[in-house]
Design a protein around this ligand. Structure first.
Ligand SMILES: O=C(O)CCC(=O)C(=O)O
Ligand SMILES: [Fe+2]
Length: 424
């Protein structure tokens, strides 16, 4: 059993909360301001001031084990989640462990060996209750009557191809959220090495499960959004990486009664809509994708940067290895400039492309989450955005919480062999 040494709580609430982790049991204690004495000897408390934390935080120092981080900062308020079934998935920050730059690796897309007809994945014989619906003509497929957790490798290969073709596949009524972190990661790893986010919150037992959390006790996230006209922010996950993600798997554990949808946009369709002269121009160009603003923003907010940011120049038109389809590979989230153009040219062209991506309702799909929904998308051919349209400060509007497993893929390849490049 690991022992909690020090706990701190800073922020706007007049309580201190003790948490014991690692023993399989969790205990909390609430103390009135000025009453320092814990009611149990299980914990030793001290209150530190960590003024640079922009949210309510607790720092837990635990004796180190091989599998668990030394120090965790909680990005939620413990006491409001005491009864929560998925408390093991609440957002934390390991504020000690740093990671070196990502290393190159060989990637084989699972979709390459898949049968294009998908006879194993989409077979009524294997799954009598199977229902497959295309949510729009160009992007998004919804599947019921099939459990991700039960798929064999051949079915997973076909699924990889289906995700590449349809951009995003929504699985309903899944038991995926209940199979445990080990199996969730194993499922993801089938498609590619798992990415650890350079700055984001994660779950207590695994940095590979990136946290999605929007609740009243996440002032950091809430505040950051306060100054914008809209929460819409289309992006392809961490596209600044040298081998950026292929498939992302997003599971929500708590879904608001209404609101908190996610939208995806087809970058394949976005490319196809452009006129041939613009297509030809873009096919010869690379754009810079940068992780610096994200890391700088995190540092500014007092958050821990576990891997130093990188900048990468990716082809603007990317060819998917399994489908051979061309897709526009720029996104408003991370793409900063077009390499080789004058500043004004780059700004004007990116503005045009970002406008195109964001306003193309006829090649977008908006999905409402349900209990048990898991979304899988291919970042090489889509952009996506969370839609934060509900009031997180009103408890009846619900809590939106989940985890993202992000699988890395190939070094992007463009048309005529144009490859990504970067400064070493
Ligand atoms: O919360 C969402 O709907 C999407 C969040 C997101 O961008 C992601 O998980 O990559
Ligand atoms: Fe994302």
């Amino acid at each position: 059993m690991r022992v909690v040494d020090v706990l701190t709580l800073t922020g706007i609430h007049d309580c201190r909360v003790g948490v014991q982790i690692g023993s399989g049991q969790k205990q909390s204690r609430r103390y009135k301001k000025g009453v320092d004495k814990p009611r149990t000897e299980t914990f030793r408390f001290s209150q530190l001031n960590i003024h640079n934390m922009a949210t309510i935080t607790q720092t837990q120092t635990t004796a180190a084990t091989e599998s668990a981080p030394l120090k965790l900062t909680l990005a939620y308020q413990e006491e409001i989640h005491e009864e929560y079934k998925y408390s093991a998935y609440l957002p934390v920050y390991d504020t000690e462990t740093t990671f070196p730059p990502l290393k190159p690796f060989e990637f084989n897309d699972r979709g390459l060996v898949a049968n294009k007809e998908k006879p194993n994945l989409l077979s009524k014989e294997n799954a009598p209750a199977l229902k497959v619906i295309n949510l729009t003509p160009g992007i998004g497929t919804e599947i019921r009557g099939l459990q991700l957790s039960q798929l064999n490798d051949i079915q997973k290969d076909e699924l990889a191809l289906l995700i590449a073709e349809r951009g995003v596949v929504i699985f309903r009524d899944q038991d995926f959220k209940d199979i445990g972190i080990g199996k969730q990661k194993e499922f993801g790893r089938y498609f590619g090495p798992l990415h650890i986010h350079p700055v984001g919150a994660h779950v207590k037992e695994s940095q590979e499960l990136h946290n999605i959390y929007l609740g009243s006790d996440n002032e950091y996230r809430n505040r950051r959004r306060g100054n914008r006209l809209t929460t819409t922010g289309y992006h392809s996950d961490v596209s600044y990486e040298r081998q950026p993600p292929g498939i992302t798997i997003l599971t929500l554990l708590s879904v608001p009664p209404t609101g908190g949808d996610t939208a995806w946009e087809s970058q394949t369709a976005a490319y196809a809509r452009l006129s041939p002269p613009i297509q030809a121009l873009l096919e010869n160009l690379r754009a810079e994708h940068s992780g610096f603003p994200q890391a700088e923003g995190a540092r500014r907010d007092g958050l821990f940067v576990r891997r130093e940011p990188v900048k990468t120049e990716h082809p603007i038109v990317r060819v998917h290895p399994a489908t051979g389809q061309k897709a526009l590979f720029v996104n408003p989230g991370f793409t900063k400039r077009i390499v080789g153009l004058k500043d004004e040219e780059s700004e004007a062209l990116l503005k045009l492309l970002f406008h195109h991506i964001t306003f193309g309702q006829d090649f977008q799909v908006r999905v409402k989450w349900e209990e048990g929904t898991v979304a899988l998308w291919d970042n090489r051919v889509t952009s996506h955005t969370a839609i934060s349209d509900y009031n997180v400060h009103v408890p009846q509007e619900g809590l939106r919480h989940g985890f993202r497993i992000t699988t890395l893929a190939e070094r992007p390849r463009g048309v005529n062999g144009l490859e990504s490049r970067w400064d070493e």
